[in-house]
Design a protein around this ligand. Structure first.
Ligand code: ATP
Length: 245
């Protein structure tokens, strides 16, 4: 569904992506893990057309290299950005309406209303807080709303940038469970995470990004057991690691 070949991106003299090649098949959850500054956000922003990039990105066979960020949503790709990027004074209802902005002219209002009902089944808390300003909600609720806003565009591919950021473990688990549920409903997911363990638990496959390069890839369960990944990203075997140096 998504094919990226030899993708590069720089910020002035800083190379953020140095020739990244990866793919996401329809129906998969693919995790992209890596430390701070590895280039994870840049990769998602490059797919979304938010940073200047070179190389090749195709979505269902169509090149995204000349597609503007605002057109991408209509093609079926939605980004849940790092830090949620909600509008603090706007209500939950407003955000859901905004998420469907590209569909208002094309589909009947009842279809959008039905999508909103489906969102409420997924996130009952949002229905309870419909008129609450987003800025007054908890971190977990805000993350749910950011995902819900993206889902209102009816994407085929969801790009998520660190949904676990700053959230308590139980909330992270709830978010990951929801992503696994969405996959069962047919959604394809590219999940960027620093919380490698949480991401690998629900992912089918994963890539490890280090200073702009993919250094490792494979089945998520294999990476969960991989010594290099365990040491660098899962926080186990630290003593063994330091002793061995
Ligand atoms: P984090 O998990 O901390 O968000 P990341 O893996 O998402 O990290 P990026 O945010 O993509 O990493 O950053 C990759 C590299 O590009 C880093 O060295 C960062 O300092 C640099 N970078 C990112 N944004 C900019 C910018 N706007 N201007 C200059 N350099 C940038």
């Amino acid at each position: 569904m998504l094919q990226i070949r030899n993708l590069t991106a720089s910020y002035g003299p800083v190379t953020a992506l140095a020739g990244v090649t990866l793919h996401v098949r329809e129906g998969e959850i693919v995790a992209l893990i890596g430390a701070n500054g590895a280039g994870k956000t840049t990769l998602l922003n490059a797919i979304a057309g938010l940073v200047r990039r070179e190389g090749e990105i195709t979505f269902t066979g169509r090149s995204l290299m000349t597609v503007a960020p605002e057109e991408l949503v209509s093609l079926g790709v939605a980004l849940v950005p790092e830090g949620r990027q909600l509008f603090a004074p706007l209500s939950v209802a407003d955000h859901l309406l905004l998420g469907a902005y590209c569909r208002h002219r094309r589909v009947p209002a009842r279809e959008i209303a039905a999508d909103r009902e489906r969102i409420f089944q997924l996130f009952p808390r949002l229905q309870e807080r419909l008129e609450q300003p987003a800025g007054t909600m908890s971190g977990g609720e805000q993350q749910m709303l950011a995902i819900a806003r993206a889902l209102m565009a009816r994407p085929r591919l969801l790009l998520l940038d660190e949904p676990s950021l700053g959230l308590a473990p139980l909330v992270v688990e709830a978010i990951m469970t929801t992503l696994a549920r969405l996959r069962k409903q047919g959604l394809t997911v590219l999940l960027v995470e620093q919380n490698a363990r949480a991401a690998l638990k629900i992912a089918d496959r994963a890539y490890v990004l280090e200073t702009g390069r993919i250094i490792l890839s494979g089945a998520a369960r294999d990476l969960l057991a991989d010594r290099q990944v365990t040491r660098a990203y899962l926080g186990r075997d630290y003593k063994e690691f330091t002793d061995g140096r």
